[in-house]
Write a new protein. Structure first.
Length: 239
């Protein structure tokens, strides 16, 4: 009898708990908790990089630049790396551009660098598609529109922070490509259709696919691109 009574009481309690749940909208805390669980799920699905494995919650990616097989031999043969890193789960993307193979003349035009939609290098850089444009906006508001880079002594050495692209979640740039163009990006001011799609940056000199990496390359290249004295650029601000 006692057992029956306690069972009945238990049922009544759980019934009232169900009723309360139905009537109360989810709290801010539980919404935040759900959001975190979804982000963690993405993280676990996409990256084998988790806090505690020596990266301190930072996610690293590398893109090993190779000249397009379709580019003429007299054009710059660009090699080097574009490196990315981002704190999980709410950090902003940072990038290191460490590229070689440009003419030694310092008065050459700027070179556009973008993230393109596809990580397919099968036809030189032509199979990488257009600019990665997950939100259907005009150039230069695509997340991977990095603007123009001006080589010095044949090199690009550049560190950028607070970039709008991301390595996390459904709009991750992982597995997509980075493309460097022969010409300067008109930043959407060219008064034609192509300007709002790709900045009229011309031929694709070189490209690469963005992939997960360890922190080793960052530790190697970051001091080199941030140490301006070592690069002989003095105090002059550079794009
Ligand atoms: Cu491009
Ligand atoms: Zn663009």
């Amino acid at each position: 009898m006692l057992l029956l009574l306690s069972l009945a009481a238990g049922l009544a309690l759980s019934a009232s708990a169900v009723t309360t749940e139905k009537e109360t909208p989810p709290s801010q805390e539980s919404l935040h908790d759900i959001q975190k669980k979804v982000t963690d799920l993405w993280q676990n699905l996409l990256y084998p990089v988790t806090p505690g494995n020596g990266t301190e919650g930072m996610i690293y990616a590398a893109c090993e630049m190779k000249p397009s097989s379709k580019i003429d031999a007299d054009k710059p043969q660009v090699t080097g790396q574009v490196l990315f890193r981002q704190y999980y789960s709410h950090g902003r993307l940072e990038a290191v551009f460490h590229l070689d193979g440009f003419p030694l003349d310092n008065n050459q035009s700027g070179r556009a660098i973008h993230i393109h939609e596809l990580g397919d290098l099968s036809r030189g850089c032509d199979a990488t598609g257009g600019h990665y444009n997950p939100f259907s906006v005009n150039h230069p508001r695509h997340p991977g529109d990095f603007g123009n880079f001006f080589p010095k002594e044949g090199k690009i050495r550049k560190y950028k922070t607070n970039l709008p692209a991301t390595m996390l979640g459904p709009y991750s740039i992982m597995g997509r490509s980075v493309v460097i163009h022969e010409q300067e990006d008109d930043m959407g001011k060219g008064n034609n259709k192509a300007s709002l799609e790709n900045g009229n940056a011309g031929k694709r000199l070189a490209c690469c696919v963005i992939g997960i990496c360890s922190k080793n390359l960052w530790e190697e290249k970051l001091p080199e691109v941030t140490d301006k004295k070592k690069r002989g650029l003095g105090k002059r601000a550079q794009n």
